[in-house]
Design a protein around this ligand. Structure first.
Ligand SMILES: Cc1cc2nc3c(=O)[nH]c(=O)nc-3n(C[C@H](O)[C@H](O)[C@H](O)COP(=O)(O)OP(=O)(O)OC[C@H]3O[C@@H](n4cnc5c(N)ncnc54)[C@H](O)[C@@H]3O)c2cc1C
Length: 392
């Protein structure tokens, strides 16, 4: 593809990556199951992420962020993904809000909101899905009407990750029938936030439903231009979201692999460790190969992101599609290898199993990724064909 594939971290970033991994193992993994059971995220771990500057790391340096290198960010998502998918939801959606504002916001919006998101003093979330509109997201039904001094939003948003504790929402609504993004603070009196409980996975990701009723916002709340809400603002946000989830799935699959190898070498049945039974070896081999392949696809997308290459959109979809499917399979096989122990909540694989399934649905389901990948692939094919025809 003409892109440098041997990706490496600088020496200082390599140290940060080690610190991130240690943080995830020490301060996240041991507590992730209890957060999952409580269906709530510990505010202390959020403070720890903010204190280290990792929550807002992708914000531009000019606004207090770090403009973090995509490879280091990928490693961060991988480390957190091994420990807690719910917690990974936070840098994912917070980063979606940051990326959308950094790319499409006015100077005033950037100056007002980005520094507080970058420092972690405020939490950002992304509100696209509605009760009647999921995958067909360009068709959102939440309405924005001009009032003369600004806009009035009316409608509902569903399953908004960290919506329960977010301070700022990027909300996509229809303005004169065009999908348009708005920046709405959680303190707006026309916005009602209701916690969502009892989901299959991502149970401590502080999900919420949003109800906009007479939700008045000022004229300068528009993010990007009218009509840009889905194609541009959500496009930027979702590309970031897929990147985070893809890397997080590599981490989750790696967690499944470690738990499976550990258990298979300790547990004896029929007079020997189950790791010596070839049918178990087959599961481990597939898990190992799939995890390597998923990491390779994430690295491919990371190289394009680093290079600012527009092909990153397709490669990120490919990475998210493959890594989430692999994570779901790896978690299923990990439960199989651990047997009854895998079905109990005393370890991590039962949680991995529930969370991995969700990754095949969020940030565009597997079917939506297939549509995106095929559309981009066909477009590239036509482009190459035209190029060959003009330069035989
Ligand atoms: C834990 C969790 C967190 C979430 N966080 C957020 C968030 O922060 N912000 C937000 O806006 N949303 C969020 N969502 C919503 C999520 O983005 C949607 O669930 C997702 O986009 C799918 O929409 P849907 O659930 O309405 O399913 P539908 O769109 O109703 O799809 C149902 C099934 O039909 C398939 N399908 C749909 N269209 C096609 C097609 N054209 N071709 C083939 N198959 C198709 C889908 O792949 C899926 O399998 C979250 C959801 C969950 C579960």
């Amino acid at each position: 593809m003409g892109i440098e594939r041997s990706l490496e971290l600088s020496n200082s970033d390599a140290l940060v990556a080690e610190e991130m991994e240690a943080f995830a193992q020490r301060e996240v993994l041991p507590y992730a199951s209890s957060w999952d059971k409580a269906e709530a995220m510990d505010p202390e771990v959020i403070r720890s992420l903010s204190k280290r500057g990792w929550l807002g790391a992708l914000a531009p340096e000019a606004y207090g962020g770090q403009d973090m290198d995509p490879l280091l960010w990928g490693r961060f998502c991988e480390s957190i993904g091994t420990a807690s998918s719910s917690l990974l939801g936070l840098p994912t959606v917070h980063g979606m809000a940051i990326q959308a504002i950094a790319r499409w916001g006015t100077d005033a919006q950037k100056e007002t909101v980005l520094p507080m998101l970058a420092s972690g003093e405020a939490i950002g979330a992304f509100a696209l899905t509605e009760p009647e509109v999921g995958s067909d997201a360009a068709n959102v039904q939440t309405v924005a009407e001009a009032t003369g001094s600004g806009f009035r939003l009316t409608g509902r948003k569903r399953w908004i990750t960290f919506g329960n504790i977010a301070n700022w929402f990027v909300v996509v609504a229809r303005l004169e029938d065009k999908p348009t993004a708005f920046l709405v603070p959680s303190t707006n009196s026309g916005l009602k936030i209701t916690p969502v409980k009892d989901m299959l996975g991502f149970r401590s990701a502080e999900l919420a439903n949003l109800h906009f009723e007479n939700c008045e916002v000022t004229e300068d709340a528009i993010l990007g231009r009218p009509g840009f809400g889905f194609s541009h603002v959500a496009g930027t946000a979702l590309d970031h979201g897929r990147f985070c989830i893809a890397w997080g799935c590599v981490g989750l699959a790696q967690g499944c692999l470690s738990a499976s190898m550990e258990h298979a070498q300790e547990r004896e049945q029929f007079g020997k460790p189950i790791s010596e039974h070839q049918l178990i070896q087959r599961l481990i081999a597939d898990m190992l190969v799939g995890t390597r392949a998923a990491r390779g696809l994430c690295l491919e997308a990371t190289a394009l992101k680093r290079a600012g290459d527009p092909r990153v959109i397709m490669e990120t979809s490919i990475a998210k599609y493959y890594a989430s499917q692999h994570a779901a399979k790896a978690s299923r096989d990990a439960v199989q290898i651990l047997g009854g122990t895998g079905c109990s909540s005393e370890g991590h694989v039962e949680r991995y199993f529930r969370d991995a399934k969700v990754t095949e649905i969020i940030e565009g389901s597997s079917q939506i990724q297939q549509l995106i990948i095929a559309r981009h692939g066909l477009m590239q094919h036509r482009k190459e064909k035209r190029k060959k025809a003009t330069n035989p």
